[in-house]
Write a protein that binds this ligand. Structure first.
Ligand SMILES: *Cc1c(COP(=O)(O)O)cnc(C)c1O
Length: 365
């Protein structure tokens, strides 16, 4: 039996009628750009996050860029984030002209080590972007405290953490702005690219709304220069359907994670921690293991797909050689790139599949 890392088809088949109906309706109305589905999904998703405003975007990457631009981040500024994330986080910073400044992660939640932020703050620092990696929230109280002290903006990269909670509050409601991706494989995934920035700050929401659609005031009248970062109406219609199922899917992910946790006890692999402040939504189920290559190959031979998130930290990427970082600068991130392995994880993954995966893992550990 082949077990994929994620199986989007299984999920589609479970809601096919609803999805097909929603897509057909958009086509029947031929309202492809902006309109009711975009607006309603913005309201529904903002409400889901516990905030007032949502601004739909063309991707998580453009949501991050939009948020930074709306906050006035520009050339000469510095923005702090982690080297252990997807490159979209740092691309968004660079595309404003600001400089990326890294701080290491801690190895329990794999999130930003709040104890290391202050030594990276300079007079040029304007913002911090914590990433809620793998679906586990960063330690936001500490981050917000430091931000307040130094008058910094906090933009959550919540692209992997739809529905995750920090001390009972949803991610997306913790910083000044939070950015989500609806890339197909994310916990709430579109059938193409899509994203959203959410906030409680009315002025920032209005600024982002203006910027994401060419600075549009009314047709062919532009208040400012902006971008074409709009959320596609068909994607919005699909996402409205899928949002109604998200809680149920998240619970299934959590149940799958629990089963993995139990079955892997005593196997010698490090299972993901859920900090006491957190509700983890297991975008990925990531284990730590010394002999990763060997396990990866053994699982592959047994038709079980796994993945490495991420094989090279950003500070050692060729794209960032100009920043002047070197090996050894962020040891926790570097160790994680060598040890972590993502096992199959999606709501529809079955108990039998999880048992099979663990059986193969335990064969030799
Ligand atoms: C997926 C992802 C993004 C980018 O989202 P896209 O929708 O693919 O542009 C940004 N940050 C993180 C941490 C992500 O996982």
């Amino acid at each position: 039996m082949h077990i994929p890392l994620v199986d989007l088809k299984r999920q589609y088949l479970s809601i096919k009628k609803e999805i097909d109906g929603a897509i057909q309706e958009v086509i029947d109305n031929s309202a492809f750009i902006m309109g009711e589905n975009v607006q309603e999904f913005e309201n529904e998703f903002a409400k889901f996050c516990g905030v007032k405003y949502g601004v739909g975007t063309s991707s998580g990457t453009t949501a991050l860029h939009l948020a930074l631009v709306a906050c006035g981040i520009k050339q000469g500024d510095e923005v702090i984030t982690v080297p252990y994330t997807f490159i979209a986080t740092t691309e968004a910073i660079s595309h404003t002209g600001a400089k990326v400044v890294f701080v290491d992660i801690e190895d329990r939640s794999y999130n930003m080590d709040s104890g290391k932020i202050e030594q990276a703050v300079t007079e040029k620092t304007k913002a911090i972007i914590p990433v809620h990696l793998f679906g586990h929230p960063a330690d936001m109280d500490k981050i917000m405290e430091i931000a307040k002290k130094h008058n910094l903006i906090v933009i959550e990269d919540a692209c992997q953490a739809h529905g995750a909670e920090y001390k009972g509050k949803k991610v997306g409601s913790l910083g000044d702005i939070a950015c989500f991706s609806f890339y197909p494989g994310k916990n709430l995934g579109a059938y193409g690219d899509a994203g959203m920035a959410v906030t409680d700050n009315k002025a920032l929401a209005e600024k982002m709304r203006l910027l994401r659609n060419h600075g549009y005031q009314k047709k062919y009248y532009h208040k400012i220069e902006g971008y074409n970062y709009r959320l596609d109406a068909i994607q919005a219609a699909i996402l409205r359907v899928k949002l109604r199922h998200l809680e149920e899917w998240t619970e299934k992910r959590r149940k799958n994670a629990k089963l993995y946790d139990e079955l892997l006890k005593g196997s010698g692999v490090k299972t993901p921690l859920e900090m006491e402040y957190a509700r983890h939504v297991y975008h990925l189920y990531v284990i730590g293991i010394e002999k990763r290559e060997e396990l990866y190959l053994r699982l592959k031979k047994n038709e079980i797909s796994t993945a490495i998130h991420y094989p090279l930290p950003l500070h050692l990427q060729q794209a960032y050689s100009y920043l002047g970082y070197k090996k050894g600068d962020f040891p926790v991130s570097e160790a994680c790139t060598e040890r972590l392995l993502s096992l199959p994880m999606f709501p529809e993954l079955t108990e039998d599949e999880i048992k099979r995966i663990v059986e193969i893992i335990e064969k030799k550990n």
